[in-house]
Design a protein around this ligand. Sequence first.
Ligand code: AGP
Length: 608
Amino acid sequence: MCGIVGYIGDNKALNFLLQGLSKLEYRGYDSAGIAVNCGENIFVEKAVGRLDALKEKLHNQKIDGTIGIGHTRWATHGRPSDRNAHPHTDCQENFVVVHNGIIENYMALKENLISRGHKFISETDTEVVPHLLEEFYNGNFLESVQKVLKKIEGSYSLVFMSKAHPDTLICAKQDNPLVVGLGNGENFIASDIPAIISKTRNAYILNDGEIAVVKKDSVKIFNRNGEVVEKKIFHVNWNAEAAEKGGYEHFMLKEINEQPKAVRDTISKRISKDGASIELELGWDKNFLDSINKIYIIACGTAYHAGLVAKFYIEKLARKLVEVDVASEYRYRNPIVDDKTLVIVISQSGETSDTLAALKESRRLGAKTLAITNVVGSSIAREAEQVIYTVAGPEIAVASTKAYTTQLILVFMLALYMAQIGKTISTERARELIDLLKKIPAQISETLSDVDPIKTFARQYGFNEDVFYIGRSLDYCVALEGALKLKEISYIHAEAYASGELKHGTLALIVEGVPVIALATQKSVYEKTISNIKEVKARDAVVIGIGAAGDTELEKYLDHVIFVPNTDELLIPLLTVVPLQLLAYYAAITRGCDVDKPRNLAKSVTVE
Ligand code: AGP
């Protein structure tokens, strides 16, 4: 997820570009850049790091042009660097482009362009766009851009600037947001409302397939067939802070609702064209897998909970022994690690000190290492021998939500990838799981579509001081994550227990009225789970169940049930965690807690 801006009018473009980018840093902040058309040439400046690094480079520079574009990056292809920062230009620097999204067919396009003599500077997917425009340019800016858009596949919001057309910006939207702010003798382009709200509250919100030709005193919009679109002006009545959250009250709720897209983007390009296999950027083969006799998965907090699910997936599908540990314990336990050990670390931020230290210790002991992280170029990404990325976009709320579900989807694909190499599952089973995997984003959307029952429970039980989460197998792994969510943002004392463990002590705490969240989706242990639910019901607990749609048994034993769409029991954690995230969110609201910045906690724990 990146932030893009554009300006065309009679004022210095640079002023709006920098101000607009500062309002979009929540969309990505590992590098930034601007381009301003100064007549004879287009001035381009970029800097790795936060926006201040770019401002430092621009300090005292005289840049008076009145048309320009800008970008703040969240790297997905190519680590954060000056070279990979946007904007990107063609060979002659006649065209400049900024982009948010993923161009899925960029490798084929890049190879073809290189064969035609184009010189590339960056590792990004975006850089193919200005070179394509250079290829297709026929004097008509709009027509040439339309030809380029027909060649690229994937998700994008793009802004094009051309030296030969100093009175025009063109922008195009597909899957990623883009708005055109309507000023008086000037117009603004941005990924999102926050960037324009101080200049204008009137905007066109572009739809997929639309292209806008923006001049300082006119905006013309066309659909993908080149027909003129008459759009209604959207009047923004949000305040600036609400706008950064896309109209949601908190970043956490925004990020919970971003999960379908985050999961889709993480799956994207990692399933073979025939849909029969997973393709990860690891290059593993049977020899590599045979060289490993144990796998450690090391992480903290929510990432640790994703590791517990990963253990289940890898042992079940790839039949490899897996041990999971919290980083702060592992690194002081003198772990039994050698060159036959694969250590996988999971970290959203890629900066968690305990996890980074555990990774370094593992490398010192000779282990093979793989990082799963959400931040390209992060310390953990750079320390590990190999890295695969979740594509969740920046996660701002302290409570991790979309990072967790994208971690689950990525470790599921990793387990399937290993199973294919080791031939530990049939091709039919692999294809069946891949077909179900592709349905997950839509099923998460479906789960998000009805939050009212969860809001009701949160209000009813939000003032309890103790809540228990119980489950078996993968339900237990998700119960741990649900309890952490509730603890960390509502400050309710919540604990998760393997259902079968209750009778060994904890049942003593289950008394009348205590809320128990019971996850019951794992068919392989369903009967046992029902027995455990009966145990807590017999002590007059209030039991809220999380079940799979179509389960008509569950309601007989519970006070309330929340159903999620049915799917393979391996994949259902992607869905059952969503009501638990929402339950925590609404309980925190009920208790008046600071949802995005809970007390005592930080988004990235860079201390031991
Ligand atoms: C989870 O909601 C918390 N924010 C916290 O437990 C977090 O998961 C943990 O600190 C690990 O962070 P990381 O994934 O960035 O390494």
